[in-house]
Ligand binder design. Structure first.
Ligand code: ARG
Length: 568
């Protein structure tokens, strides 16, 4: 359990003993050092309800609460706050290297994280980066906390576009070089489709053949999908994203379940025919002029839709995977789609009330000028090209700062810094807003950026190198003396709490903000407190503190899918 929750529960228990009713303790990290390390804000509201004096109630709670193992002292403050000062022993034991940096939660659950999920007809472009890296950060954090994480890459591999693509592919024969660039391939197929009516007809027939299971068409299709998935995997590899081929659960994999979905909806009286299509109408969804908005699940020609597949996916995730929680990461434009799917799934009993279905939307990626992110020529920027540019820019920077390092090492640092910068710039913003892509900002060594955090990590490593320190052989405790040292130690303790918040709200930027504050506090400590030249136990304590900071930075960045280097 994290420190804040532990204190919160104990104060809440004391509050309930003193008042005879349950009320929240509202424990938060203290806003200023003079208010201690944590503060409880819940006493005032409890006193108000019971019409007693809040300051007296706070004093009573302090007398009652059992916090000796955590806090050195508690004080009342202002109109009824309680300030909590952690004890030196608690700090020393909690930060001991023998303690795991992150503890597993007591109540792990099975959680499906549905992310990345590109449409395989085209090559991944910048629009896919947000879902991919935000989702991956969540998967990593949840897993680290001990939950059972099932990654689902719900790729689009079905539908009319594929008829055109496989027809074009069948004409180009066994020559797979044409598929080296999916974007070019798509464009060529589309041009042909628009210009040649016979080709268009063959394409439409191919869709029918594909859905009907024609072996030859299926084999062209499989070949195309395979090549497209290899493109995706190559990008995941470059981005350090933990999705593997086994996590792919394509839309087509639900095909056989779609008639069942329709049948189940029909049996429950949820289906209505509207213009020949099968629809579910729900009270809560009204469109223009207050007219009911349908969720279409089967077209008049018998074809199924994106929504039908998602309903089948909910069933599968509950029945087969036993998911207790499902997180979906797509852009905000799909918000209504997911609201409708979740509502229909609940109504139809595909998801039981205890199963948490959550769409976590994000805004668009915009250029520095606030317009949709495009190449200089105005086209869609391929993800691979974006990553190339990141590495090139980082290489120039690193070479400027460190002309003496061997080129190989500069290239490796540039890879880690460049890719890290792109990912971090995105992850560090509240995902619900649009995001402005800005090379200079993300590659800066100052401010809330990946290079700044990676640099802070190397600062610690350079202390160890200069002092010739073997951390494993250090024996002693972390016993902070100076204010900047203590603030740093208390900040380290909050790592667990922040990870739990990220997991609960699906906001990776909480972790970024935390790591940035940790790194900044480390820099302050490093200015104020000599490490290598400090005497005896102080030196050991500070070295151990440095080691915990480095571990926390490395682990924290790792959970965002970002690497570190030993020097830069
Ligand atoms: N393939 C979809 C797209 O590119 C995203 C899929 C998201 N996941 C889902 N279960 N619908 O927009």
């Amino acid at each position: 359990m994290n420190v804040r929750t532990a204190i919160d529960q104990r104060i809440a228990a004391a509050l309930s003993t003193c008042t005879g009713v349950d009320s929240p303790a509202l424990v938060q990290p203290a806003r200023k050092p003079e208010f201690g390390d944590y503060q409880a804000n819940g006493v005032m509201a409890a006193a108000k309800r019971l019409k007693t004096n809040p300051v007296e109630l706070a004093a009573q709670v302090i007398d009652t609460v059992a916090l000796d193992d955590i806090a050195a002292r508690l004080e009342t403050a202002g109109p009824g706050f309680i300030n909590i000062f952690l004890s030196a022993e608690f700090l020393a034991t909690s930060l001991d290297r023998k303690q795991p940096l992150v503890i597993q939660v007591d109540d792990p659950y099975t959680v499906v994280v549905d992310y990345s999920s590109p449409n395989l007809a085209k090559e991944m472009h910048v629009g896919h980066i947000r879902s991919t890296i935000i989702g991956d950060a969540l998967a990593l954090v949840l897993e680290r906390l001990g939950h059972k994480v099932i990654r689902k890459n719900h790729v689009g591999d079905w539908g009319t576009q594929f008829g055109m693509l496989i027809t074009y592919l069948s004409e180009t024969g066994e020559n797979s070089e044409v598929l080296e660039d999916l974007e070019d391939f798509y464009r060529a197929a589309k041009t042909r489709f628009d210009a040649d009516a016979a080709f268009a007809t063959r394409s439409r027939l191919a869709v029918v053949g594909l859905q009907g299971g024609d072996p030859e068409i299926r084999s062209h299709w499989r070949r195309f999908i395979d090549i497209s998935l290899n493109h995706c995997q190559a990008l995941y590899g470059r981005l350090g994203v933990s999705l593997s081929r086994e996590d792919v659960h394509a839309e087509s994999a639900y095909n056989d379940d779609l008639p069942t979905v329709i049948e189940l909806l029909r049996k429950q009286g949820l289906l209505e025919t509207s213009d020949g299509a099968q629809c579910v109408f729900l009270e809560e969804f009204k469109g223009k002029n207050d007219l009911p908005l349908p969720v279409i699940v089967q077209k008049s020609d018998g074809g199924y839709l994106y929504a039908t597949t998602d309903l089948a996916a909910v069933r599968h995730r509950r029945n087969e995977l036993k998911a207790q929680r499902v997180l979906y990461f797509t852009d905000a434009r799909q918000a209504l789609h997911f609201k409708q799917i979740f509502a229909v799934a609940r109504k139809a009993g595909f998801a039981d009330p205890a199963m948490s279905l959550e769409h976590h939307p994000f805004g668009n990626m915009l250029g520095k000028d606030g317009k949709p992110f495009k190449t200089r020529e105005g086209g869609v920027l391929k993800l691979a090209e974006l990553l190339d540019e990141a590495e090139t820019r980082a290489f120039e920077l690193v070479s400027e700062k460190n002309p003496d390092l061997a080129e190989d090492e500069r290239r490796e640092i540039a890879r880690v810094v460049g890719i890290g910068a792109v990912k971090y710039a995105d992850l560090s913003k509240n995902r619900t807003s649009d995001y402005h892509f800005d090379w200079d900002q993300m590659l800066a060594f100052e401010g809330n950026t990946a290079p700044y955090l990676q640099y802070a990590y190397t600062r610690v490593q350079s202390v160890f190198r200069r002092g010739n320190i073997d951390v494993d052989s250090l024996t002693g405790e972390i016993t902070p003396q100076e204010p900047d040292e203590r603030t740093l130690a208390v900040k380290l303790l909050r790592f667990q709490e922040v990870l739990e918040q990220v997991a609960a709200d699906a906001y990776p930027h909480y972790l970024c903000t935390y790591l940035y504050e940790l790194a900044s506090q480390f820099m302050r400590f490093y200015e104020a407190c000599p490490v290598l030249s400090a005497p005896g136990e102080t030196r050991v304590s500070r070295l151990l503190l440095c080691e915990r900071v480095a571990e926390t930075l490395k682990n924290g960045l790792g959970l965002l899918g970002i690497e570190t280097v030993e020097r830069m």
